[in-house]
Design a protein around this ligand. Structure first.
Ligand SMILES: Nc1ncnc2c1ncn2[C@@H]1O[C@H](COP(=O)(O)OP(=O)(O)O)[C@@H](O)[C@H]1O
Ligand SMILES: [Mg+2]
Length: 274
């Protein structure tokens, strides 16, 4: 179980995440929504350890993560999509996945698990890597250098690497952003499959409300760094705070334009998005 308690970070005078207390349970997918600049990515960065909290805490299965580096948090079971810029651009797709699988194996070892013992030889590692690539429909790109992948494939590879780590907690930050219409469903199918594993905790930042409505067991809404709504999707979407802040009061779909500045930066997104 992942718990944040009064999690707060200030950048100068700006409170980007403001005393967010939230519990995320295994077997649930929580969508995190809110306009651009609401603090969603910063909230993920605080959980994964990319940035240090000003105050508050994050615990995973009862262990306080304070002071743990991002990689130590990964070993503890927190899965955050890789930044491809941190990978090995001149190595092939398969080599990158294999490295992630190996890293996961040592991580699992450190966590006292034996799950990876069956994968102890190179052939098995390669086979597992191929399975991971198959899950994101990238088997045909095995030998392509990562640097020459198109954007959509890079995003899919990020998800493949996250899967290879087999974390307890999956954090997806706009996983289909910039993907074409035929690429996005691959990722959404994958998230659907992950949902079937009731041991996994999934956090998903997503703007497309149709996706949120379908996948989320729960929605939390961040606004100016503050948690302003938290509950089941139907209730949260219908709540006055969401209707007023993001959709305008009693909008028709065509009129549901962003009420505030930050959303207008998201050109091309329709009024259903938050
Ligand atoms: N490293 C940083 N230094 C200063 N300000 C930051 C930093 N990261 C994010 N912010 C600010 O924090 C706020 C929240 O940003 P972000 O978490 O990226 O929002 P979201 O992901 O919801 O669009 C924004 O005002 C952003 O400019
Ligand atoms: Mg963001």
């Amino acid at each position: 179980m992942l718990v944040t308690k009064d999690l707060t970070v200030r950048f100068g005078g700006h409170v980007a995440v403001n005393a967010v207390s939230c519990t995320f349970k295994p077997g649930t997918l929580t969508a995190i929504v809110g306009p651009n600049g609401a603090g969603k990515t910063t909230f993920f960065n605080l959980i994964s350890g990319q940035i240090k909290a000003t105050s508050g805490e994050v615990t995973l299965n009862g262990n306080n993560l304070a002071g743990l580096s991002p990689s130590a948090r990964t070993r503890a079971g927190l899965g955050r999509a890789f930044q491809l810029t941190n990978l090995f651009p001149n190595l092939s797709v398969l080599e990158n996945v294999r490295l992630a699988v190996q890293a996961a194996r040592s991580g699992a070892h450190l966590r006292g698990l034996n799950l990876w013992s069956v994968w102890s030889d190179h052939k098995a590692l390669t086979q597992l890597s191929e399975e991971v690539l198959e899950a994101v429909a990238m088997n045909d790109k095995q030998n392509t250098p990562v640097a020459s992948l198109p954007h959509g494939d890079q995003r899919k590879l990020e998800v493949a690497l996250l899967m290879a780590l087999e974390p307890d907690v999956f954090m997806f930050d706009e996983p289909t952003a910039g993907m074409s219409a035929d690429e996005a469903p691959v990722i959404l199918d994958l998230i659907r499959k992950l949902k079937d594993d009731k041991r996994k905790t999934i956090l998903l930042v997503e703007h497309k409300m149709d996706v949120v409505r379908e996948l989320a067991d729960r929605i939390i809404v961040l606004h100016n760094g503050t948690l302003v709504a938290d509950g089941d999707p139907a209730t949260v979407i219908a709540s006055p705070v969401v209707q007023e802040a993001y959709l305008g009061v009693s909008p028709t779909p065509a009129q549901a334009e962003p009420a505030e500045g930050p959303r207008q930066a998201q050109g091309g997104r329709n009024g259903e998005d938050v």
